[in-house]
Design a protein around this ligand. Sequence first.
Ligand code: RIB
Length: 296
Amino acid sequence: MSNPAAVLVAGSANLDFVVRAAHIPAPGETVLGREFSTQPGGKGANQAVASARAGGAPTQMLLALGDDAHAAPLLASLQQAGVALHLQRAEGTATGCAFICVSDDGQNAITVAPGANAALQPDHLPPLAGIGQLLLQLETPLPTVTAYALAARAAGLSVTLNAAPALSLPAELRSALDLLIVNEGELAAITGVAGDLDTALSLLSVPNVVVTLGARGLRARCDGVRLDQPAFEVPVVDTTGAGDTFCGALVAERLHGSGWPNALRFASAAAALACTRPGAQASIPTRDEVLKFLAT
Ligand code: RIB
């Protein structure tokens, strides 16, 4: 595809408060952790950075931030990645925050305080001229996500939803999607079927569905064809943002002109590299890093 259209990501931006610990606390347990850091995060912003670094298409993001000091590092990270911003300021509201415990085996537990992300409204969608792909998640209000998907679909854009965190989806939102990206828990929340991937996939009428399976890779049904992509084996430091890296890289690589198998392989490699480094946006690789990894 020559002269690729832009990716527009509409979604959340959070400041991540991250503590590393030997293990993630069980309910009622207190764990003495170690290093603490604040990091730019939020599923929407992570996916925008992943799309921009994947280099397949110019990337824009619609987001809402509060008027507190937590907003500045989020803006800086997006701008450094080359993401063009459509910014809504939610006056008197806190910027979104996420509280993350990362265990020594790289797994995480995340609690999000949405703050300003909840202020994103249907009429905040910017003009869609020049946009080829709209990429959405579920950390902003469901009626807003649904309105954006329907507007983009009516304007002829391709609409992708990463249905995270897990929610059941209204039929009108599902009907507006070209691509749905979910993990197994999210797939079960949408279909009501757990533990049987093929049955769950058969219940979805969305034309393209990708189910990410962590260390087991992914299964997809794209244009009627079943595709399996094994995971790349890497030393895991922190899985935070790996799913977001996958989503942003996949959408950008599709706009870049890759067919489904190559785009899924590219996005899987980007996500694997993100697992080898700490942080969400800080861990997302560039296109050159992904191509070098794939070549070796
Ligand atoms: O997917 C990882 C992200 O989830 C974190 O960056 C956190 O902010 C939450 O949105």
